[in-house]
Design a protein. Structure first.
Length: 242
């Protein structure tokens, strides 16, 4: 009997130690995941996008088929205080972090031109042709003719042709309602329906359409709303600095 009691005591000690180690590991994962979520939310927020709306768009787009037998959960009072509750909470945090990471991979966070000067910013400005006060839905990057233009995020080309006052224009759908436009181009190097990688060359800078000289008119759209591209570029500088 004595050897059995010793063996049982040893096993109980081992189980207690394993439980404590497991709980400590889950707690560490909770803290690290929470920190990653906070960082990702701050970056998305810097662009001017609504974080919860973006996460909802990602969740809707990436929703997968689900099923399986029904197994009732423990009562809240039990699950919330025990190991099961910690695991459920961690699962929720990991899911949110995954959606935020998907969003960050789709958001244009870099400038589409390597070297440039800002000809016109986003918002109200004096129109360069009429001289009247007007709304500018993008940023004008001034650079020499034939300067390479790169996709600011991966996506699919949904327009690559002449577009009236925009002149030669490329529009890329990055997913989750986010699109970017590149206008007044000298030459288009991609086709509609083409899948584009991050920083892939898509056009050459020039002057076409309603333009006074060589530059790139660059827009970012969320749904039908024009966003300030400079906020995205500044958020990207923060990302790559980190």
């Amino acid at each position: 009997r004595e050897p059995v009691r010793e063996r049982v005591a040893y096993l109980l000690d081992r189980l207690t130690m394993l439980h404590e180690t497991r709980s400590a590991l889950i707690e560490t994962l909770h803290e690290r995941t929470a920190g990653s979520i906070e960082n990702a939310e701050r970056i998305v927020g810097m662009t001017g996008l609504n974080v919860d709306k973006v996460v909802a768009d990602v969740e809707e787009t990436e929703s997968l088929g689900k099923g399986g037998p029904f197994i009732a959960v423990l009562p809240d009072s039990v699950a919330g205080d025990g190991f099961a509750g910690k695991v459920v909470g961690l699962d929720g945090k990991l899911a949110r972090l995954g959606m935020l990471q998907s969003a960050l991979r789709a958001i244009p966070l870099v400038a589409p031109v390597d070297a440039f000067r800002i000809g016109s910013g986003f918002g109200k400005r004096k129109d360069p042709i009429s001289g009247k006060l007007a709304i500018h839905d993008g940023i004008d990057f001034s650079a020499p003719t034939n300067t390479p233009i790169y996709a600011s995020a991966p996506g699919t080309v949904v327009f690559a042709n002449w577009n009236g006052r925009y002149g030669r224009m490329v529009e890329i759908d990055h997913g989750f309602g986010i699109r970017s436009r590149y206008a007044h181009l000298r030459k288009i190097l991609v086709k509609k329906g083409q899948r584009i990688g991050h920083r892939e060359k898509i056009a050459l800078l020039g002057t076409s359409g309603r333009s006074t000289g060589p530059h790139l008119h660059y827009e970012i759209l969320y749904g039908k709303i024009a966003m300030d591209p400079m906020r995205f570029i500044k958020a990207g500088k923060y990302v790559f600095k980190e």
